[in-house]
Design a protein around this ligand. Structure first.
Ligand code: SAM
Length: 273
C-alpha cells in the first residue's frame, strides 16, 4: 500500500532503531502501552511481545485493518481514531494505572499531539516519541539557548525531557526531508511545586513569549500589564529590566507570575499603559 504523505506516513524501516525505541520505555510487562500512529507496525511488533497490552491508535483505515489482521486482539487492540480525540484518562482508568506512550509521530501534527499529551498528563507515566530533530532540540532546550521558547517551557512544565538518539532520513521509507530524534518525556507536572495554576500560568507564558524580539517587560506591557507593576515584579524576582524571555528560567517566570498577582489575567482596565 502506498504511503499517504498528508498523514505524515514516513515509515521506519530500521528494525534495530525500532527495538531501541521500545526498549527506552523500560519494563512494560505489567503495563498497557498506547502507541500513537502504529502505521505498518514496526514498533508494534516489539511492543506486542513485551507489554501487558497495547492500544494502537491509527487514523488510517487500511493500516488499521492490516494491523488487526496481523496481531491478536488480546495483545494489540487497534483503535481506528484520530489520536487528538483519544481519551487517555478513560484508557488509564480501564488499564488500572498511568499509561506509557510511544510513537513515531506524524510530523504535521507534532505540536497538537504534544499539547494533547500535556493536557492528559495525569493519566500518563512517560512517553518515548520520535519528532523532527529541530523540534526535539526545542523541547529539551535550556534558558539562554537559541532553541529555548514557548514549546520548551510548556512541555517541561509537564515533566522532564531527555533526548535519546537521532536517525537520518534513510532510516525511513519514504525518507522525510529532515533528521528525526527520539526523546523521553517523564510526566511530572511542576505547577504545584512552583506555586502556579496551570491554565493561568501557561497563558502568561504565551504572553511572555509573544514576540521574540521584544523584551519580557515589553511583551507583558503588550499583554496589558501596567508598567509599574511589571517593573516592581521584575525587581522583586531579580529578573533584569531588559531581559528577554528566552533567557529566563521557568522558576523565575513562575515567581514573576506570582508577584504580578496570581489572578494571572493581564489587567485590561484603565491602569493599562
Ligand atoms: N509507527 C510507524 C513507523 O514507525 O513506521 C508509523 C509512523 S508514521 C511517521 C505516522 C503514523 O501516524 C502513520 O501511520 C499515520 O497514518 C498515523 N497518523 C497520522 N495522523 C494521525 C492521527 N491524527 N491519529 C492517529 N494516527 C495518525
Amino acid at each position: 500500500m502506498p504511503s499517504r504523505p498528508k498523514l505524515g506516513q514516513n515509515f521506519l524501516s530500521d528494525a534495530s532503531a525500532a527495538e531501541r525505541i521500545v526498549a527506552a520505555l523500560g519494563d512494560v510487562r505489567e503495563k498497557t502501552v498506547v502507541e500513537i500512529g502504529p502505521g505498518r507496525g514496526i514498533l508494534t511488533q516489539f511492543l506486542a511481545g513485551r507489554a501487558h497490552g497495547v492500544l494502537a491508535v491509527e487514523v488510517d483505515r487500511e493500516l488499521a485493518a492490516q494491523l488487526r489482521s496481523r496481531f491478536a486482539p488480546e495483545q494489540v487492540s487497534v483503535i481506528e481514531q484520530d489520536v487528538l480525540g483519544f481519551d487517555f484518562a478513560a484508557a488509564s482508568i480501564a488499564a488500572g494505572g498511568r499509561l506509557p506512550v510511544v510513537g513515531n509521530l506524524p510530523y504535521y501534527l507534532t505540536s497538537p499531539i504534544l499539547l494533547k499529551l500535556a493536557a492528559s498528563c495525569a493519566a500518563l507515566e512517560s512517553a518515548v516519541l520520535m519528532v523532527q530533530r529541530e523540534v526535539a532540540d526545542r523541547l529539551a532546550a535550556t534558558p539562554g539557548s537559541r532553541d529555548y521558547g514557548l514549546l520548551s517551557v510548556t512541555v517541561q512544565m509537564h515533566g522532564a525531557v531527555e533526548k535519546l538518539f537521532t536517525l537520518p532520513p534513510e532510516a525511513f521509507s519514504p525518507p522525510p526531508e529532515v533528521h528525526s530524534t527520539v526523546f523521553r518525556w517523564r510526566f511530572a507536572p511542576r505547577f504545584a511545586e512552583l506555586g502556579v495554576e496551570g491554565e493561568g500560568f501557561l497563558r502568561f507564558v504565551r504572553q511572555a513569549f509573544a514576540q521574540k524580539r521584544k523584551t519580557l517587560a515589553n511583551n507583558l506591557r503588550a499583554a496589558g500589564y501596567a508598567s509599574e507593576a511589571i517593573a516592581s515584579a521584575l525587581a522583586q524576582t531579580g529578573i533584569g529590566a531588559q531581559a528577554r524571555t528566552e533567557t529566563v528560567p521557568v522558576e523565575a517566570l513562575a515567581a514573576l507570575w506570582r508577584s504580578l498577582g496570581s489572578n494571572s489575567q493581564a489587567p485590561m482596565t484603565g491602569i493599562r499603559r
